[in-house]
Design a protein around this ligand. Structure first.
Ligand SMILES: [Cu+2]
Length: 204
């Protein structure tokens, strides 16, 4: 099953030249990486990092996201690592894993991925909208506009349910009624978390 999926994704990769790689190890561990330089959303290129606000996330700035899933049986561990450069210096941004792929408009990426889904959407209840149940990757850039963030979890993404990383205007709120909110969606990178993908492919 996994091999078939990989093979078909490879064909897509060749077609779109998607800067995404995936590696599957025999112990069940897996690494997925997506990276690139931000471009404006038009002309729309689904596989490239998109900036919706080129003043705060400049065209040409870099992003890379690596998902690593541990292979221990019964002990799922997921880590998501974000790296950016070329953003505004000494500035805090919010960032999260979202459920849908990036699109022409900032809304396309859908809500945040939640391990346990809040029955009330949009979710602003801290019982669900928190950094354990969602993947938060808030970061503050250094003087050169560079930053890294990592988030670790003892669960795995549901296949096909986590598809992008969105960079937001400010750090993520935690109070009731505002939990998970981080202002405008400035930029987006499509990432085939859990190795599943439609347009964005997986590669060697
Ligand atoms: Cu978000």
């Amino acid at each position: 099953m996994r091999i078939l999926r990989k093979a078909s994704a490879l064909a897509v990769t060749a077609m779109l030249a998607v800067p995404t790689t995936a590696a599957f190890a025999y112990d069940g561990s897996r690494t997925v990486k997506a990276e690139g330089r931000f471009v404006p959303p038009s002309p729309f290129h689904p596989s490239k990092p998109l900036t919706y606000d080129s003043k705060k996330v400049p065209v040409g700035a870099r992003i890379s996201v690596v998902e690593h899933v541990g292979g221990r049986v019964g002990g799922a561990t997921t880590s998501v690592r974000l790296q950016v450069s070329g953003l505004l210096p000494n500035r805090m941004y919010g960032a999260h894993v979202h459920t849908k792929q990036c699109g022409r408009t900032p809304d396309a990426s859908g809500p945040h991925y939640q391990n346990v889904k809040d029955p009330h959407q949009p979710s602003t209840d801290p019982a669900y909208a928190n950094s354990e149940n969602e993947v938060w990757l808030d970061f503050t850039t250094d003087v050169r506009g560079h930053a890294t963030a990592e988030s670790r979890h003892d669960w795995r993404f549901r296949p096909g349910a986590a598809r992008s990383v969105v960079i937001h205007e400010h750090g993520t709120a935690t109070k009731h009624g505002k939990a998970g909110m981080a202002g405008a969606r400035l930029a987006c990178l499509t990432v085939p978390f859990a190795g599943t993908t439609d347009e964005a492919g997986t590669g060697k």
